[in-house]
Design a protein around this ligand. Structure first.
Ligand SMILES: Nc1nc2c(c(=O)[nH]1)N[C@H]1C(S)=C(S)[C@@H](COP(=O)(O)OP(=O)(O)OC[C@H]3O[C@@H](n4cnc5c(N)ncnc54)[C@H](O)[C@@H]3O)O[C@H]1N2
Ligand code: MOO
Length: 412
């Protein structure tokens, strides 16, 4: 961390992320119905409360036998057994012990006296020979029976706390008959766009104004990562109005997120206001492009994060700082951006004294990950968003980067 000539407190991306994480607390736990838990984060380790399957189960439609009874079977000398009763899924168990074989269907309970299920395709069961069935192959002892606990033993750790619940996890939880599950509460984030020039959709654009887009982008991204969002109408560049919007948001939200008005211009009031409101300044500049004015404060134990107004800087600031902090707060065990290596598919000619994250398109070709830096990637431009699926890190200094260089990226 260093203080720049402008009096701003500068950090690297890594330092900034660690600072935010160290000021984040996980949300409280709430119980929700299983079908409302999709996308939520499991708040407790889940141990199996009984074995699965919890009874011996047929895995095929066929015949349950004791292997010793058919071990000698050959196609020339099949074993013939009478079959007079059947077991189907959900059946109550037969009285055990007296029948050599029983007709059985997938999912049915298998009585203890049988150790093997022969698929119906492997026998000859002719109407005229009823109730006799011919077994021409011995097959294998134990075949086609799912034993108790074969899938999951009782008391096994199946799902870790911090796992995001998707259809796969729902399958496991539902199999244990759970109708409610403990998840972390979703954090609520207030989004406050700042700027005299910003207008809402549906409004007639005044001269030299533009439609507010960052707030909508941030709201969409918050929904994608599983946070609640309170998006405010744009607040004009006026310290009193900004102050009052943040005070209101602090009553309603767990995290404050603003965009715009955070740079060094005369009408950029964010830092001035936050110095009045906050208890602690974390950083007010990041050694990074785009998004160098990204700033963070703590107010009454809540994080207040301030992103640049330029759309690309706003997006990059969200991905690098806000997302990991919110994922951590939401209880997720995987909260950091997962960096992978790729080959640069074109030159990036722009030299930069700071690490630069460029919007880019990554794809696998011939088993190798390539990443194409998108052209026209100025911080204020939006066209590149149409094709972006990754942010690629171009290291600081030098002449940018060359086609074929190994670079790091994370997917978005
Ligand atoms: N003399 C200097 N000027 C600037 C510097 C600097 O170091 N010295 N930094 C530049 C950099 S880098 C950035 S990034 C911007 C950031 O400025 P702000 O974060 O204060 O953002 P604004 O000035 O309010 O807006 C920038 C740009 O983005 C448009 N904008 C703002 N909010 C929205 C929104 N919600 N939706 C769509 N577009 C938005 C705004 O109209 C501006 O065009 O400062 C540089 N200046
Ligand atoms: O840091 Mo600014 O974000 O270049 O656009």
């Amino acid at each position: 961390m260093e203080t720049t000539v402008s009096g701003r407190i500068a950090v690297t991306v890594e330092e900034g992320v660690e600072q935010l994480l160290s000021h984040c607390t996980k949300e409280i736990i709430e119980d929700v119905p299983l079908m409302r838990a999709t996308g939520r984060v499991l708040a407790r380790d889940f141990y199996s409360i009984f074995p699965i399957p919890h009874f011996r189960k047929a895995a095929m439609d066929g015949y349950a036998v004791h292997f010793s009874k058919i071990a000698s079977a050959t196609p020339r000398k099949p074993v013939v057994l009478p079959v007079t009763s059947e077991l189907r899924a959900g059946s109550s168990m037969l009285h055990e012990g007296n029948q050599a074989a029983v007709r059985i269907y997938t999912g049915a309970p298998v009585p203890e006296i049988y150790d093997t299920v022969i698929m119906q395709e492997a026998v000859l069961s002719l109407e005229e020979e009823y109730p006799n069935v011919r077994f021409p192959h011995p097959t294998e002892r134990g075949k086609h029976i799912a034993e108790i606990g074969e899938d999951i033993r009782e008391g096994t750790l199946i799902l870790d706390e911090g796992t995001v619940i998707t259809a796969k996890e729902v399958s496991i939880l539902a199999s244990f008959g759970l109708h409610e599950v403990g998840v972390y509460r979703k954090p609520t984030v207030a989004i406050i766009p700042i700027g005299d020039e910003l207008q809402l959709p549906g409004e007639l654009l005044k001269p030299n104004h533009l439609y507010e887009s960052n707030g909508f982008m941030l709201e969409a991204r918050l929904k994608e990562i599983g946070a609640n969002c309170l998006r405010y109408d744009p607040v004009p560049d006026h310290p009193f109005l900004i102050h009052s919007a943040i005070q209101t948001a602090l009553m309603d939200a767990d995290v404050i997120l603003t965009c715009g008005g955070v740079s060094v211009g005369k009408y950029d009031y964010m830092l001035q206001v936050m110095k009045e409101i906050s208890n602690q300044t974390l950083f007010t500049q990041v050694l990074l492009r785009p998004g160098s004015p990204t700033s963070a404060f703590v107010v009454n134990k809540k994080l207040s994060l301030h992103l640049s107004g330029n759309p690309s800087a706003c997006f990059t600031g969200f991905e690098l700082f806000v997302k990991p902090a919110l994922l951590f707060k939401s209880g997720r065990k995987k909260f950091r951006n997962e960096v992978v290596e790729a080959l640069l598919a074109d030159d990036v000619r722009k030299p930069c004294p700071y690490p630069r994250y460029v919007r880019s398109f990554a794809e696998v070709r011939n088993s190798t990950l390539y990443v194409m830096p998108l052209t026209n990637d100025k911080s204020g431009n939006i066209a590149a968003f149409a094709n972006t699926n990754a942010l690629t890190l171009i290291p600081s200094g030098g002449q940018g980067a060359k086609k074929g260089d190994k670079v790091q990226l994370f997917q978005i």
